[in-house]
Design a protein around this ligand. Structure first.
Ligand SMILES: Cc1cc2nc3c(=O)[nH]c(=O)nc-3n(C[C@H](O)[C@H](O)[C@H](O)COP(=O)(O)OP(=O)(O)OC[C@H]3O[C@@H](n4cnc5c(N)ncnc54)[C@H](O)[C@@H]3O)c2cc1C
Length: 383
C-alpha cells in the first residue's frame, strides 16, 4: 500500500524472524488445531503483537508502512511451513480485507478498523459468495435496502474464510436489485450488530484448522456511512482489488511448493528400495528436476508480478495468469511428491498428506482456474 523503505537485508531478517516465530509459536501446535478443526482466537493476537498482520498498512493506522514484499514473505513462509489454513486466513485478513478498507474506506472506517486489524484485536473476513452465486457473483441475492439513513441487509453468505473468528466483514449486497452489476455495494459490517448471525463452521476436506462459515443476515441494520467505496461501485471496486488477492494466493502456492519439494528431497534421499536410495532412480531425478524447473519459472513470474503490484501496474490478466499457473503447479507438485513418498505419503503423519488436500482448494477460491482462463482469453480474443 506504500513505497518500500526496506533493504534486502532487512527483508531477509524479517523472513528469518518470521520463520523462528512459526517454528516456536505455530508449527508445534498446528496438528492439534487441525484436529480441533479451528485454531484458537489468540493466534490472531499473537500474530498482531509480533507485527505479522497487515504489515503494509501505513504507520498512521498502526502498521509498518512496508511494501507488499513483507506481506508476500508472510504468505510464502506459512505456505512453506505447510500451514495452509493459516496461510489462507492471514492472507484474507491482511491482503484482501485490509486493502479494501485502506483503498476504499473513509477516514472514519480506516481509523475504526485498520489499527485493530494490525494488532489482531479485530479479525477481517470478506463475504461475496452465496449458496446460489460463486463464480457468477451477479447472481447474488443478498439485498441492502435504504430505510432512512440506514441500510437493512437480508440474505445469506457461505464459504466465508475467518467466518467464526471475524469481527469485521466486508460484505457485498445488492442496493439496487434491478441494476445488475451496477446495483452491488460493499459495506463494512461490525459482526456484533443485531441481525448478524454466524452459521456453522463448515467441514472441509482440507485446511481443517481454518474456520469457513455460513453467514445469515436477518434485518441487519447498518448506518449509511458503512458503505465502502460508493453505492453501486461494489463490482468495479471488486475488480480493482482482485489482482492483489490472486497474487497473494500465487505467492502462498510458491511457498507451499518449496515446502513440498524440500520435504520430498529429504525423504527420497533417506528411503531405500532395491538396495539404493529412491533418489537414485532416474524417474525420481527427472520428476524432481521437472518440478523444480517449473517452480523456478513460476517464481520468476511471481516476482515480476510482485514488482508490478508495488508500482501499481499489475493488471487483472497478469494476476489471473499468476494464480492459474502457480496453483495448478501446486496441485501437480502435491500429487507428484506424494507419489514419491509411496504409501507414507498417504499417511496423515507425513507432510504430503496435508499438503495434498490443502492444495486442492487453491484452484477454486479466489476465482476458479476456469474463470482465470476466461479472464486471460478475454484479453486475447475479446468477449
Ligand atoms: C475453503 C473455501 C474458502 C472460501 N473463502 C471465501 C471467502 O472468504 N469469501 C468468499 O466470498 N468466498 C469464499 N469462497 C468461495 C469461493 O470463492 C467459491 O467457491 C468459488 O469462487 C467458486 O464458486 P462456486 O463454489 O459457487 O462454484 P461455481 O461457480 O458453481 O462453479 C462450479 C464449476 O463451474 C465452473 N464454471 C463456472 N462458471 C464458468 C464459466 N463461465 N466458464 C467455465 N467454467 C465455469 C467453475 O470453474 C467450477 O469448476 C471460499 C470457498 C472455499 C471452498
Amino acid at each position: 500500500m506504500s513505497e518500500s523503505t526496506l533493504t534486502q537485508e532487512e527483508k531477509d531478517l524479517f523472513r528469518d524472524n518470521f520463520r523462528k516465530f512459526i517454528a516456536k509459536e505455530l508449527a508445534p501446535h498446528y496438528e492439534a488445531w487441525e484436529k480441533a478443526e479451528i485454531f484458537p482466537r489468540e493466534v490472531w493476537n499473537k500474530l498482531g503483537e509480533n507485527g505479522y498482520l497487515c504489515v503494509d498498512v501505513p504507520e498512521e493506522y498502526g502498521g509498518f508502512g512496508a511494501d507488499f514484499g513483507l506481506s508476500a514473505i508472510i504468505a510464502e513462509e506459512l505456505g512453506r511451513a505447510n500451514l495452509g489454513a493459516l496461510c489462507t486466513s492471514v492472507s484474507v485478513h491482511s491482503d484482501i480485507v485490509a486493502p479494501y478498507i485502506f483503498h476504499l474506506g473513509t477516514e472514519a472506517q480506516k481509523q475504526a478498523w485498520l489499527p485493530k486489524m494490525v494488532s489482531g484485536e479485530a479479525v477481517g473476513a470478506i463475504a461475496m459468495t452465496e449458496p446460489g452465486a460463486g463464480s457468477d457473483l451477479q447472481g447474488m441475492r443478498t439485498t441492502a435496502l435504504l430505510d432512512g439513513n440506514q441500510y437493512v441487509i437480508n440474505g445469506q453468505k457461505t464459504f466465508i474464510t475467518n467466518g467464526q473468528h471475524c469481527d469485521l466483514v466486508v460484505l457485498a449486497a445488492k442496493t439496487d436489485p434491478s441494476a445488475g452489476a451496477r446495483g452491488v455495494t460493499l459495506f463494512t459490517v461490525d459482526c456484533s450488530l443485531p441481525g448478524f448471525n454466524r452459521g456453522r463452521n463448515l467441514e472441509k476436506m482440507g485446511l481443517h484448522s481454518g474456520d469457513t462459515s455460513e453467514m445469515f443476515l436477518d434485518n441487519l441494520r447498518v448506518d449509511e456511512d458503512q458503505v465502502l467505496g460508493g453505492v453501486g461501485r461494489g463490482f468495479a471496486n471488486l475488480m480493482n482489488e482482485l489482482p492483489r488477492e490472486r497474487l497473494i494466493l500465487g505467492i502462498g502456492a510458491i511457498g507451499a511448493c518449496d515446502g513440498m519439494m524440500e520435504a520430498t528431497a529429504n525423504y527420497v534421499k533417506e528411503r531405500r528400495a532395491f538396495s539404493q536410495p529412491i533418489s537414485a532412480f532416474q524417474n525420481t531425478r527427472f520428476k524432481m528436476a521437472e518440478l523444480k524447473t517449473q517452480l523456478e519459472v513460476n517464481r520468476a513470474f511471481i516476482q515480476v508480478c510482485t514488482e508490478k503490484y508495488n508500482r501499481g501496474q499489475l493488471s487483472a490478466t497478469e494476476a489471473s495468469m499468476a494464480k492459474l499457473s502457480t496453483t495448478e503447479l501446486q496441485g501437480k507438485v502435491a500429487d507428484e511428491c506424494l507419489q514419491l513418498f509411496g504409501g507414507y505419503g498417504y499417511m496423515q503423519e507425513y507432510p504430503l498428506a496435508r499438503a495434498y488436500v490443502d492444495a486442492r482448494i487453491q484452484r477454486i477460491y479466489g476465482g476458479t482456474s476456469e474463470i482465470m482462463k476466461e479472464i486471460i482469453a478475454r484479453e486475447l480474443l475479446g468477449r
